[in-house]
Every structure is written in structure tokens, then in C-alpha cells.
Design a protein around this ligand. Sequence first.
Ligand code: NAD
Ligand code: DAU
Length: 351
Amino acid sequence: MKKNILITGGAGFIGSHVVRLFVKKYPEYMIVNLDKLTYAGNLANLKDIEDQPNYRFVKADIVDADAIFKIFEEWKFDGVIHLAAESHVDRSIANPMEFVMTNVIGTVNLLNAARNTWKDNMEGKLFYHISTDEVYGSLSNEGYFVEDTSYDPHSPYSASKASSDHFVRAFNDTFGIPALVSNCSNNYGSYQFPEKLIPLFINNIRNNKSLPVYGKGENVRDWLWVEDHARAIDVIFHQGKAGETYNIGGHNEWTNIDLIKLMCKILDKKLGREVGTSEQLISYVKDRAGHDVRYAIDSSKLQRELGWNPSLQFEEGLEKTIDWYLDNETWMYNITSGDYQTYYEAQYTKR
Ligand code: NAD
Ligand code: DAU
């Protein structure tokens, strides 16, 4: 069936994988990627599909309500997959307001535009909001986050995501907008901005730079391969029920320090270094303020009801990911030098 689908934040890490999957898998859909191109947005992430006939890029800020209304008027979207966000916890500690603007106000602007566009007929429409396990707070050694775990966010980032999740559910309940939310654990894979643990540390190890481990490195994260998240988003978008929440996770818990030591070991081998060389780069630094101890997702509802399962074992996925960053030195160089920010102008303003 022909559909116009809006994907927000498609130039970011997860969004670029979702855009690529949808453009390739659904030639009958027109995929509109709306992105402000903040520091985290990089159109080079989509180079391989940018000329496809069922793909368009629109540069816009979701905080700008007028612009968002006009874009909805023009495209009359049938579905929205909303990923655009400020996504880095450390930046939210430095500047919380940016997170309120994009993650809360931006989400409400999109909901208002969808409500206005769909007011006469909600049939077949869907607003799908991509959220995080961080809204549930922090676990001790035991237990898992399930879909009805109470919200208990600790960072300005997770508080802003929690707020946006509530707005999505409120628009579903109050205005009948068909909407759903999924909450996912930590993603890893290609095209992740090198401020997040895995790409930052791969790049630092390669360049013999220090590895700043927060606190004692004992915090636990549940890692999921980004392409498995994109597949889950596809399944939920097409088969999920409006009004529902789905948790997505890898059942793959690692303390930060064990993960970092594993990366050091793999990279020693790949870079031809003596075993133990890269571990010497580890430096324990002041802990992140409000640092959540452990995240762990129970994704059995998604597995049971919609048949989704993670496809990759972590060791395989991590090795693939390390290879990708080693093979894509220019991508990394363009980010660390800032050159990627000129790509939009070179590529789009002359068309
Ligand atoms: P990212 O930071 O890599 O990408 C965010 C994208 O949003 C960028 O392309 C950026 O330019 C765009 N953007 C930011 N502000 C915007 C605005 N005001 N208007 C339009 N576009 C804007 O983020 P990511 O890691 O790919 O995360 C994507 C989504 O998934 C986020 O909503 C995040 O909360 C959620 N999530 C991320 C993870 C993870 O591990 N990375 C896990 C669970 C959920
Ligand atoms: O759980 C899902 C979330 O995962 C997403 O919602 C966020 O958008 C995403 O950024 C991620 O949040 P984290 O804070 O868990 O990811 P980050 O890569 O920043 O950090 C992972 C762990 O590593 C965390 O315990 C902090 C630690 N860390 C991170 C960095 C950048 C360090 O010890 N040193 C570092 O330099």
C-alpha cells in the first residue's frame, strides 16, 4: 500500500538505520527523513540510499511548530516514526533546557501536527514514539524493566524522554491519536556519534588516547545491536497495537569495565599490539552525576506477541562494529574534524 511515512532524526545513529531499512524494504512507501542536523545529525550516514526515488530529506527543527505544521500539510503523512532527540546523558547534565525543547516541546509539536492532519480520519494512521529504558530509572543487581515498571528518571535526558512518553500516551487517550511507544536498551553498531561509550573508546584506543571510565566502571548496561533495534521498530510499526508499549532489549548485560577490557583485547589483536597494551589506556575518572547503576530490559512481550528476537550474539556484533569503525576511518575523521557539517551544503543546497 502506498504511504507517506515521516521518520524524524533519520540522520542520527539509530534513525539512519531505520531510514535505510524502510527505504530498501518498502519501495511503495515515500520515506521523508526530517532532521535539524544538529551536531549528531550526519547525512553521510545515508549516502548509500540518498538517491533512491522513495526517499526525501527535509531539514527542519521539530521545535518550530509552524514549520512542522507546513510539512504535515504538504505531505499528509500516514505514519510517523519519531526518533529525533537530544540523546546524550552527559550533554543533558551540561544543558538541560536543550533537552526540554527538543525532546518535550518538539514531540508535542509533532503530536499537534499529526492530530490536525488526522482529525477527520484516524483510520490506518500511527504515531510511533521511540523511547529509552532510562525512563524506568536504575535497577540494583536483581530484576528487569517490564512495560508497566513505574517511571523514575534521574538525568535531565531521561526526565525529558519520560515527559515525551507521557505526552504521546496522553494524546492517544485524550484525542484518540493512534500512538504507541517502545523503550529500548543501549544500542551499538555503525554510524554512532563518537561521544557514546563504544565508538568513543574504539577511536581512543586506536589513537592511543586515554579511556575515561566513570567511577569504578561497575555500572551495567544491556547492549543491543542497532540493526536489531531497527528490525524491532519495523515489526512494531506494522504489527504493534496503538495504545501499547513494547520493551526492546538484548538480554545482554555487561559492566562497563568488562566491556571496555573486551574492546581493548579485540583491538590489541586487530591492531597488532601486544596483549594488554590498550588496557593501559584505562583511566578512572570522576563519576557521572546521578549515574544509573544498572539497566536491564525484559523484552518477552515483544518476542511473544510480535515474534521479534535479537539476531546477533554480542561478541560477534562487537567485532563487526569494531571492524566497521576501523574500516571507516574517513567517516570518523570527518566527525572528529567537524568536516561532516559541510556535507549538507555541498550535497543539498546546490540541487
Ligand atoms: P542521535 O543523537 O544519534 O540522533 C538524533 C538525531 O535527531 C540527529 O540526527 C539530530 O540531528 C536530530 N535532532 C536533534 N534535535 C532535533 C530537532 N530539534 N529537530 C529535528 N531533528 C533533531 O540519537 P540516537 O542514539 O540515534 O537516538 C535516536 C532515538 O532513540 C532518540 O529518541 C533516543 O532517545 C532513542 N534511544 C536511543 C538509544 C541509544 O542507545 N542510542 C537507546 C534507546 C532509545
Ligand atoms: O539505555 C539507553 C540509552 O543508552 C539511550 O537512551 C541514550 O540515548 C544512550 O546515550 C545510552 O545512554 P548511556 O548513558 O547508557 O550511554 P553512554 O554511551 O553515554 O554510556 C554508557 C556507559 O558508559 C554509562 O554507564 C556511562 C559510561 N561511560 C560513558 C562515557 C561516554 C564512561 O564510563 N565513560 C565515558 O566516557
